[in-house]
Design a protein. Structure first.
Lengths: 431, 443
């Protein structure tokens, strides 16, 4: 987009089953380690699908220090607040603000600092707080109403607000600018990032933190995904002949975005550049995808046009690669449609930490930046036999080298949603 | 940069406690007719609050010609589909095979996932003792039908709306509690301006008038408990106000490029002229008493629209009728309006239709457009004794005929998200320079 400022990525934060922070997660990926394991959150030994990539062995206080806060937020919020806080810390934004000498400059800084969250929400588990009350009521709504305040935590509603991360980032870090909480299922996190970038381009804010967070591993979600034929009982095997579904993960990914002028002025660390995005719906209803990959192809074309890049300039593609039969096949079709017979190296990361739903694309973006920086497109460790239908798709179990400093990230979700982002490893100046 | 794109509101659709379409809702609001009453949809007799603002006589199969799609729609989704259909019919334009990629959708969606009946079913299978046993879900008798699951996804409404109307461009769904509807319409404006699409269906929908939804607000003590006088219970700005009244419904707007709307001879209600957004970052439940947060959102919306306090004639307030919200909002309005505070008409239509939560901002955006079209500031009902902390020019007693050059609508959400939208009378547009508003200038 001409005339609008360049958008730099000056902070990153991540948590998932594969580790805390981009470096640890990257290490797991290049070592071929998957965090997918038998479930621990409940005894799933009788469940047809009893695996997931859970965040384990991490004290909640390591994620969010303030113990009082734990009482009024849910598990997904812990992840989101951790990742956003880590990104802000790495960017040194608040240090910069706190060093501003006059109160007016600091207030202006906060008013010009945006917050964008892509939230999965706490759809089912949160309602279980009503079970003791339902038991006491024994079918009587009158008793349910009468005994309510004696049985359920008065903060119940607030604890389960889908926009909790948004509010608490604001309260904790003082940011007060333009904001959004996007609840668009799997594409929430990537839309949070692209809306944050849009706000910086139009001058609504000078900087913003954008985070995608989710904790979808719960019995009901698992049950229904399984009944819809979307879950594997073994592993996520993107583009493999034997692929049979996805596996849940949980966690969050966050970035700090800043206008180039703002980042340069304070000599911020620069991890990459946001170049463009595209977002479309396929209008296919709730779970269906179009076999021809129409939506994803259009999203990638729009993102490349937004970035003023031709497909030939793209150095690597991070596919959504959720390991389901239909999504991977239509994704391969979309890549073929946009990039022709010779696409750049393609990889996908969900085999390592599962499908983080609202957080999936945000985490993929962070790993794309790391791949470009390290000049390594990691192989897919669970890929043993490429589906012959995708014979010309340059995806493999061994690492490759990106063809340029630019990556396309694909993200797809319920509702026929398709979003693509384009990022560069670092600002073109080489800073 | 080239002149910024101007955005017209050309279609309106409403399903509210006051009426099941836009004309009846608007007529009801102008007449000050209350949509509040005792809760009839379920037995609320044991709750501390037993009143609400229900949508009445809404046909179960409304809004969805496609029966297969219909089974995935919950009550709030049906409101959304009906209101969206009305808005598209009203605009006289809708997506077709050639235009579908240039149509977008932006919705503020309610947060309720499971219907109470489904929760009761899970309880019966997994938690009769009160403790949850996940293995109960695996039992042969548990109805493991994914329909309820599909119905309860955060973007189910988006999925149904895009499918029903064939919208294949940008699509998003947002939730910032009570600011959701305003932020959805504001997002739609931004998406239009950056040229991603040429048409947007923008709105909000919600229904929390069920046992769990009502419980959440009862627990917080946010609701009025005037159970014996439901039509008086929502009295924004009154010294005796004691909480909001929970409502339900949906509101949708059709937005399109100003020039192309003129070319096709569309009837333009108003210009959607500006959007402002902020976070109060104060406390999770409380509103800042000095209006900090809302002030920035209103300032931004005015600057974005190229408006000043001298050119705004009407404010549709968030005006929930809680002690804290109305005080904080009026402090913000006084700070913004300054010497104009006695001139600018302010009303809260929540006095008649209750608080529609995620739908509120979108419904109230439609109210502003209708107020501009008809030259009427709708009444803020039930105001008898103005709270000195709410010293603004409230439209009391009856609706006020007046030419409205420009209006703003506030939506202030739990957790501190603030949204302000600005609207301009079509006849005022020629005098406003295209692209006059500037975000940078607002800073």
């Amino acid at each position: 987009m001409s005339g609008s400022p360049r958008i730099l990525i000056t902070g990153t934060g991540a948590v998932c089953g594969a580790g805390l922070g981009v470096a640890a997660i990257w290490d797991a990926i290049v070592s071929g380690r998957s965090a997918v394991a038998p479930l621990r959150q409940w005894d799933a030994s009788r469940w047809p699908v009893g695996i997931a990539a859970e965040v384990t062995g991490v004290d909640d206080r390591r994620l969010v220090e303030d113990r009082k806060l734990h009482k009024i937020i849910s598990r997904t919020d812990l992840f989101g607040l951790y990742a956003a806080g880590a990104a802000i810390l790495e960017s040194r934004l608040t240090m910069h603000r706190d060093a501003l000498l006059d109160a007016a400059s600091a207030a202006r800084f906060d008013d010009r600092s945006g917050v964008f969250a892509g939230s999965g929400g706490a759809v089912y588990r949160c309602n279980y707080d009503y079970f003791p009350l339902l038991t006491a009521a024994a079918g009587s709504l009158q008793v349910f109403g009468r005994e309510l305040s004696a049985t359920v935590n008065p903060m119940w509603l607030l604890k389960n607000l889908p926009n909790n991360v948004l509010c608490h980032i604001g309260i904790r870090h003082g940011f007060k600018g333009t904001n959004a909480c996007i609840t668009n299922q799997c594409v929430g996190g990537v839309l949070a990032i692209s809306e944050a970038a849009a706000a910086l381009r139009t001058g609504e804010a000078d900087r913003a933190v954008a985070v995608g967070h989710d904790a979808p591993i719960e019995p009901e979600t698992l049950l229904h995904y399984q009944n819809l034929g979307l879950l594997s009982n073994a592993a996520v095997r993107p583009f493999d002949r034997e692929r049979n579904g996805t596996v849940f993960g949980e966690g969050a990914g966050a970035v700090v975005l800043e206008t180039e002028a703002d980042a340069r002025a304070r000599q911020a660390p620069v991890f990459g550049e946001f170049l463009g995005s595209g977002c479309v719906s396929e209008a296919t209803g709730i779970v269906d995808v179009r076999p021809d990959g129409d939506g994803l192809a259009r999203a990638m074309e729009l993102a490349l046009a937004d970035a003023s890049l031709s497909p030939g300039a793209v150095g690597m593609i991070v596919a959504h690669g959720n390991g389901t039969r239909a999504s991977d096949a239509s994704e391969a079709a979309a890549i073929r449609h946009v990039f022709g017979t010779a696409p750049p190296p393609v990889t996908a990361f969900k085999w390592a930490f599962g499908h983080l739903i609202a957080a999936s694309g945000a985490l993929d973006l962070l790993l794309a930046l790391q791949a470009l920086r390290c000049q390594v497109v990691p192989g897919i460790a669970t890929l043993s036999s490429l589906d012959p239908a995708f014979a010309r798709l340059p995806v493999s179990s061994s690492p490759k080298k990106p063809c340029s400093d630019t990556a396309v990230i694909c993200c797809r979700g319920f509702g026929g949603m398709n979003v693509a982002l384009v990022v560069r490893a670092k600002a073109a100046s080489g800073a | 940069m080239t002149a910024r794109r101007r955005v017209a509101i050309t279609g309106i659709g409403l399903v509210t406690p006051v009426g099941n379409d836009a004309p009846s809702t608007w007529a009801g609001l102008v007449a000050g007719r209350s949509g509040l009453g005792s809760i009839m949809n379920f037995d609320a007799s044991g709750f501390s609050t037993r009143i609400g603002a229900e949508v009445k006589n809404f046909p179960d199969d409304a809004g969805i010609p496609d029966r297969k799609l219909g089974k995935f729609a919950s009550r709030m989704h049906r409101f959304a589909l009906a209101a969206a259909e009305e808005a598209l019919a009203d605009a006289g334009i809708r997506p077709n095979d050639t235009s579908s990629r240039r149509w977008g959708l932006s919705v503020g969606a309610g947060m309720m996932g499971l219907a109470f009946e489904e929760l009761a079913t899970i309880h019966a299978h997994c938690a009769l003792s009160g403790e949850f046993n996940p293995d109960g879900l695996l039992g042969k008798t548990f109805p493991a039908d994914p329909v309820g699951f599909c119905r309860s996804q955060t973007n189910t409404g988006l999925a149904l709306l895009t499918r029903q109307f064939g919208i294949r461009g940008y699509a998003t769904t947002v939730h910032t509690a009570c600011a959701s509807g305003g932020q959805a319409v504001g997002t739609a404006l931004k998406v239009m301006r950056r040229g991603s699409v040429d048409f947007m269906l923008a709105g909000g929908y919600d229904s929390m008038l069920n046992p769990v939804g009502l419980s959440g607000f009862c627990l917080l003590g946010a609701l009025s408990t005037d159970n014996d006088e439901p039509t008086r219970a929502s009295r924004p700005f009154d010294a005796t106000r004691n909480g909001f009244v929970l409502g339900e419904g949906a509101g949708f707007l059709v937005l399109e490029d100003w020039d192309s709307a003129r070319r096709r001879g569309a009837r333009i209600y108003a210009e959607l002229a500006g959007d402002g957004n902020s976070l109060s970052s104060y406390r999770i439940t409380d509103s800042p008493p000095d209006g900090d947060g809302p002030i920035q959102a209103i300032e931004q919306a005015l600057a974005d629209a190229g408006l000043t306090r001298e050119t705004v004639d009407y404010v549709n307030a968030h005006g929930t009728s809680t002690l804290m919200n109305d005080k904080s909002e009026c402090a913000a309005l006084r700070a913004i309006l300054g010497g104009q505070v006695d001139r600018v008409a302010v009303s809260s239509t929540k006095s008649c239709m209750g608080h529609l939560i995620a739908a509120a901002g979108a419904v109230e955006a439609a109210v502003c457009a209708l107020a501009i079209r008809d030259g009427i500031a709708p009444v803020s009902a039930n105001l008898e004794q103005l709270d000195p902390d709410c010293a603004v020019n409230v439209v009391r007693g009856k609706s006020r005929p007046m030419r409205i050059r420009a209006a703003i609508s506030n939506s202030l959400g739990f957790g501190g998200s603030n949204s302000c939208l600005a609207f301009r009378h079509p006849e005022e547009v020629s005098s406003a320079k295209a692209g006059a508003g500037s975000r940078a200038a607002a800073a």
